[in-house]
Design a protein around this ligand. Sequence first.
Ligand SMILES: Nc1ncnc2c1ncn2[C@@H]1O[C@H](COP(=O)(O)OP(=O)(O)O)[C@@H](O)[C@H]1O
Ligand SMILES: [Mg+2]
Length: 318
Amino acid sequence: MSHHIVEFRDVHYRYPDGTAALNGLSLRITHGESVGIVGANGSGKSTFLMHTNGYLLPQSGGITVGDLPLNRQTRQEIRKKVGLIFQNPDDQLFMPTVFDDVAFGPLNLGLSPEEAAGRVEEALGIVGGLALKNKPPHHLSGGQKSAVAIASVIAMKPDILVMDEPASSLDPKARRYLIELLNDFEHTKIIASHDLDLILDVCERCIVIKDGRVMADGPAGTILSDKALLEENHLELPLTMQGRTSYKKGGRMNDIEKLRHLIGHWLEHNQEHAKSYREWGEKAGAAGRHELASLLREIAERTAAMDELFRQAEKACK
Ligand SMILES: Nc1ncnc2c1ncn2[C@@H]1O[C@H](COP(=O)(O)OP(=O)(O)O)[C@@H](O)[C@H]1O
Ligand SMILES: [Mg+2]
C-alpha cells in the first residue's frame, strides 16, 4: 500500500473554452499531512482541488487517491474518501433544511436514516451548528453557511478534507473558530486560501501553484516568509511574518501595522478575558478563598473597562 494518499502525475486540464488550467501538475501528499495551496487568482488552485475527488477528471496524466487510480469508474468510491468543500457554500447546500443537507451525504453512502441522523448530530456538534438543524440554509449568515457546508462534508467521515478558500466569507471570530476546528481534525487536509495567516496557523506544508503547475513546495514557514516568491505570485507576507521581518530590519511602519493588528486582537478578546476572570473569581469565592475572589473581581472590572482604551490605541496607530 502506498503511503501517498494523493498523487498527481503530470496532470493537464483544459476547460471547454480552451483555457489551459492545469499544465503538468505533479505532487504527492502523504497521509496525515496538512497542506496549504497558494497562488495568484487564476493560477489553477480550484481546478486542482476539483480533481482531488474526481469532480473534474484529468485529460492527461494520472491521479491516485489511496490505492485507487482516479477514473470514471472509481470516482464514486474516491468521493467517499475525499470531502471537497467548495468556496461558495451556496454550491454545497441545496436541501430545504440544514438537517437534510448534512444527512444527504451519509444517506447517499447507504447509511440507515438512524445512522445518518447520528452523523448529523455529531457533525453539527463539531462545527457548533446544532441549533441550526431545522433552519433553511438560505436563511443563514455567511459564517453559518460555511459551518454547515463543513458539517455536510465531515458527516461523511472523509479521510481527506479539501477546502477551497474557506475563510473568504467569515468574520474574524468565525475565522478564528474555523482555524481551531481545522487544527482539531486529524484528517489529511488540503486548503487553498489567500489568507496566508490561516495557512500558517493550520498547515505545516505549503505548495505554490503558478500557471497550473507546482512552482514551489516546502515547509509553510519557509515558503510563506519568502517575500520575493510571494510577490511574484501576487501575494503578500502573512501579517505575522511582516512583524518578524520588520523586527530584523527595524522597519517602523511594519511594527505599527503589526501593533494595530495585535490591538484589534486584544480588543476582540478583552470581554472574554474579563468574563473568565469573573468566573474564576466566583469559583475562588465558592471555595472560600475570599481574598483571591475579590482580587479577581477587581481584575475583571478593570479589564472590562479597557475596551475604550484599546479602541483609542487602535485609532492612534493610524
Ligand atoms: N469553468 C471554467 N471555464 C473556463 N475557464 C475556467 C473555468 N474555471 C476556471 N477557468 C480558468 O482556469 C484558470 C484556473 O482557474 P482556477 O482554477 O479557478 O484558479 P484559482 O482557483 O487559482 O483562482 C483561470 O484562467 C480561469 O479563468
Ligand atoms: Mg479559486
